[in-house]
Write a new protein. Sequence first.
Length: 304
Amino acid sequence: MINIDSIKSIAVSNGCEVKENEKMSRLTTFKIGGEARLLVSVPNISALKAVLFQCQKENAPIFVLGKGSNLLVSDKGIDGVVIKLDGEFKRITLVEDDTIFCGAAASLASLCRFACDNGLSGLEFAWGIPGSVGGAVYMNAGAYGGEMKDVLICSSHIGKNGEISSLPAEELDLSYRHSIYSESGDIITGAAVRLKRDSKAEISRRMDEYMQRRRDKQPLDYPSAGSVFKRPQGYYAGTLIESCGLKGCSIGGAQVSSKHAGFIINTGKASCDDVLSLIKHIQNTVYSKYAVELECEVKPIGIL
Ligand SMILES: Cc1cc2nc3c(=O)[nH]c(=O)nc-3n(C[C@H](O)[C@H](O)[C@H](O)COP(=O)(O)OP(=O)(O)OC[C@H]3O[C@@H](n4cnc5c(N)ncnc54)[C@H](O)[C@@H]3O)c2cc1C
């Protein structure tokens, strides 16, 4: 049994906001998920160290939450401490003429806007990805031919034991929707990106163009976690799913979007189990028709 009170008390005395039994459906773009035992919003590095130390002392499992835009959280919730970076971790600073340092809790949207306002190009692809900078580094987020790998020069992190460190991009093992952080479990605290000078008008035009493409192709009116599956070698997941006649197919409140078959939408009251069953159904159907295994990009977490 986790001693939540001791973690709560250390967190509060270090300036964190805490909420017990917080519904994860409020913190995920899928709007799905049961309660997290404890949600701790951490304002700075010293508070983060203190909370991590206490979690380790109490043997409490931790989960680091970004903007919850790539997650499928169990209906039974998360029996552990959900850590959300906040406060100083949202800072964005121009550190050199072409280099921005950004806290992990900043939204990709604010980083993209900051880059554009400073006449710096390279992040246009990320405009419209609803994640945090930490989540984008973790996932090596990408779109329209760009990915974080193209602009990242290094990222800083803290280990579960409290040691602070950083790694250059070359050592982050960045590949398609993958970084070293999925193995290390370290908490990303910030990242530096190097961009190129361009006119603000041109950058802004490209951002608008990408956003329009999203609006045209993606079911943005419904809760979702974006593309459910990774792109299989040589195919597009959405095309395979559509050609199996699965557009509009639903289980409970989970439905294959009729606008973009690569998305599963929550039509209102979808449970995590509905989505998992639909994922299985899609994987089985696509496999029996094309012998292609669809791998989940969305991360199922919690008590499954
Ligand atoms: C409508 C829609 C469109 C999308 N379009 C795209 C797209 O075009 N391209 C794309 O790549 N993705 C897309 N996504 C998916 C998602 O936005 C990205 O994967 C994003 O990078 C996730 O960031 P997040 O902050 O929401 O992370 P979360 O979903 O909160 O977490 C994802 C993973 O990152 C880890 N994590 C988050 N922050 C940290 C941190 N500070 N330290 C360590 N680990 C951390 C979490 O533990 C978890 O394992 C889309 C999602 C939606 C809903």
